[in-house]
Design a protein around this ligand. Sequence first.
Ligand SMILES: C[S@@+](CC[C@H](N)C(=O)[O-])C[C@H]1O[C@@H](n2cnc3c(N)ncnc32)[C@H](O)[C@@H]1O
Ligand SMILES: *[C@@H]1O[C@H](CO)[C@@H](O)[C@H](O)[C@H]1NC(C)=O
Length: 392
Amino acid sequence: MNQQQKINLTRRSKYEASPLLSRARRNTVAVVIVALSFVVLFVLNHDDGTSNSTALRQKPSQSADALRKAIQDDDSVAAEKHTKTNLVDPEAKNNLEDPDEDEETHPWSWIGYLDKLANKDVEFVTSELKEYADGKTYYKSPADFLKGCKAKELPDKRCGFLGGPEDKFTAMAPHVMKVLHHLGMTESSRVLEVGVGLGRNAQSLINFLDEDKYCGIEPNGDMLAVGVAHMVGKKAIDEKRPMFSTNSDFDFGVFFDDEPDGNQLFDVVTSRSVWSHTSKMQNEKYLASFAKYTKPTAFLATSVIKVTEDCSKDYNGTEWVGKSHDANNEGIVIHCMPWIREACAKAGLIAKSLAEEAPELMKGDGVQKWNDLGQPWIVIRHDPSESQETPK
Ligand SMILES: C[S@@+](CC[C@H](N)C(=O)[O-])C[C@H]1O[C@@H](n2cnc3c(N)ncnc32)[C@H](O)[C@@H]1O
Ligand SMILES: *[C@@H]1O[C@H](CO)[C@@H](O)[C@H](O)[C@H]1NC(C)=O
């Protein structure tokens, strides 16, 4: 039995087990049958992205380790290869675990905050986090946070999932800040970060921006609480008053009271390592929200696994792939440029790769060489010819 299903069985109602899983819990034989049928389903339909993620949820095997390493290295070619091997792993059926044991060891049971935060409105989440951050160990930088984790300064399990490879944890914020700054973000920009994770980027953004300018969405309340308590810290929360939401519907409207006036709309929306896990349906929701809740001059900078015109490897499933608030599986997905451009066009938007949008940023050689830390960026803007409003 895999981690996600286990959590589904034991966590709050939203993730409560389907009737199928409840039966499986009572009957180990049924578990084996269910798992075997997943394997069979996959073999019959090996190109379907949805069975992809199902099969990836098996307990780690050798190929799963190779996949994990490829993901860590942001090596999408190797990841693709090992995704395939992992899916047809003949040993998968032997790797089933007892569904009733070890919920305790789930890396996101760090502080058990999820139940308190999930599905609450923005104000509630923000004030709860403020209270939570009070008096906790504060790390000035992601590097210090990581060091603190390794030195076991933090209670066990609070350093579980970093939101990406460890060797890039500390390099990410400067990189993200460079990209956003180059694209036009200023201190007075109203910025929304979708998929905050532990907040390695949020910390820099919140410190850089004026007060009341930063908003963040992160459905994994545990992860958000750890980052807010130990990296963002009480001082920044008191002074800059960032707002957080735990909604998982890509609903940007939660940050506005009613119909927002034009000045309240976002100038910048950004996601790092989020479109590398989303389904096409989720991206469409994301784009609809972007179109509705941003100024005509706004931009979205979102990183992807690769910028490609080849759509043959695209993920066509309907669910998030990889770790999230309700999944503990590994995985990455590809969305090709033709699909992204088409989805944008439907929402009145235009998509370009950062390399196209800002070629000057890519220049440099030797130590100055452009480094996208493994995920290139896509920049999305409103299509001026579609806009009803007069651009500023
Ligand atoms: C790979 S991590 C990246 C975290 C962060 N952007 C960073 O660079 O450190 C992806 C994050 O997206 C979050 N996520 C999952 N489903 C989401 C959803 N529906 N809406 C927003 N974020 C989501 C996950 O919980 C996770 O924190
Ligand atoms: C997803 O759909 C596209 C367009 O129909 C197709 O080209 C691609 O091969 C599909 N992806 C997979 C993994 O089958």
